[in-house]
Design a protein around this ligand. Structure first.
Ligand code: KG4
Ligand code: ZN
Length: 336
């Protein structure tokens, strides 16, 4: 089954063709990041406008890259939640219209489910059940994937998402949006013992909280600036990254033990972080857990992952009607 997938939840306009949920026939991603960088973050109105302008061409390129025509497609998959609602609406309306015109099913896909599904494209042997840590710019979730379309959320962030904390800390130190990658690079040249940063406490031990950690870094940076103290941003980047990785790794292992999981899966933009990948791998090796994380090109937003998850949603009987709408906030458990 060949699915044409569309993703417009944030600042990437993406289209892909994926066969049977596992084989990428094409994947095209048009990033708007350069434009949003001028404003230090994603401007929702600009994102929606650019999606409108690019969606037809990006889809056409995805079909061309796969050497297919619209008639060869069996279904259209689309990210409908969660995300920037105006941005999502572009993809949802485009996908619905296309599916209607072609008389093919339109399959709604939850964005975080698709981040997890990125792993199915790279690891053919991977099947649920497994424990998933989803860390993106807008979300931080620990969830049990009981099946391809059946999830139980074990913990989530009470405030900032992990990626958001990376981006805000990076911005405070003058790094360009989105700062996660720049901070990762700077941390490699820093001394992670230089600053002792707080590990926030939360009621449910599997929940996360990054706002106190983020504020501690921002205050420390501002204090150094005000007092004209010597300050190396590489040291702060390394100290911050060490702390956030420690939190993410510890909670993932705690959740694995609690749920008796044998396999763990990383997903979302922050799963590209070099230290997180390294430290999660060694912690999982020590605990006898098999760990999967996506190749770098599948960590950030793309439509191939949407095409993968759409296949499993379709198999579970999920087809969107003409009343399918975009939803800004929706739990991983309800993505149907
Ligand atoms: O999943 P994603 O592409 O978009 C959302 O769904 O939010 O995630 C984007 C986030 C940004 O916050 C970005 O800074 C972060 O992923 N990110 C990283 C790295 N690469 C991207 N964070 C830490 N280290 C990285 N290497
Ligand atoms: Zn994402």
């Amino acid at each position: 089954m060949k699915i044409l997938a569309i993703e417009t939840s944030c600042d990437e306009t993406a289209a892909a063709v994926v066969e049977d949920g596992r084989k990428v026939l094409s994947s095209v991603v048009l990033s708007q990041v350069k434009e949003h960088r001028l404003y230090g973050g994603v401007v929702p109105e600009i994102a929606s406008r650019r999606h409108c302008e690019s969606i037809c061409q990006v889809t056409k390129s995805a079909l061309e890259e796969a050497a297919l025509s619209f008639e060869d497609i069996d279904a259209v998959g689309v990210t409908y939640a969660p995300g920037l609602v105006g941005a999502l609406l572009v993809g949802v309306n485009y996908a619905k219209s296309l599916a209607y015109a072609l008389q093919k099913p339109c399959i709604p896909v939850h964005h975080l489910r698709s981040h997890i599904a990125a792993n199915y494209l790279a690891f053919q042997e991977l099947t649920p059940p497994f424990l998933a840590l989803v860390v993106s710019g807008g979300h931080t979730h620990l969830a049990l994937a009981k099946d391809f379309t059946d999830f139980k959320v074990l913990g989530r962030t009470r405030d900032d998402a992990a990626g958001e904390a990376f981006d805000k800390v990076a911005r405070t130190m003058g790094m360009e949006y989105p700062g996660g990658i720049a901070l990762d690079k700077a941390a490699q040249r820093g001394n992670s013992e230089k600053y002792i940063l707080p590990i926030p406490k939360v009621e449910n031990p599997l929940d996360f909280s990054f706002s106190g950690l983020k504020t501690a870094v921002i205050n420390r940076v501002h204090k150094a600036e005000q007092k004209n103290e010597p300050f190396r941003k590489e040291d702060m980047a390394a100290s911050f990254q060490k702390t956030i990785c420690k939190i993410l790794v510890e909670k993932t292992l705690m959740a694995a033990e609690k749920t008796n999981s044998k396999t763990a899966v990383l997903a979302g933009g922050v799963s590209a972080n070099s230290q997180l990948r390294r430290e999660m791998k060694s912690a999982c090796d020590r605990a006898g857990l098999k760990l999967y994380f996506p190749p770098l090109n599948l960590c950030s937003d793309n439509a191939a992952m949407v095409g993968s998850q759409a296949f499993y949603e379709f198999k579970a009987g999920r087809i969107g009607g003409l009343n399918l709408n975009a939803i800004a906030t929706l739990s991983l458990e309800e993505g149907e």
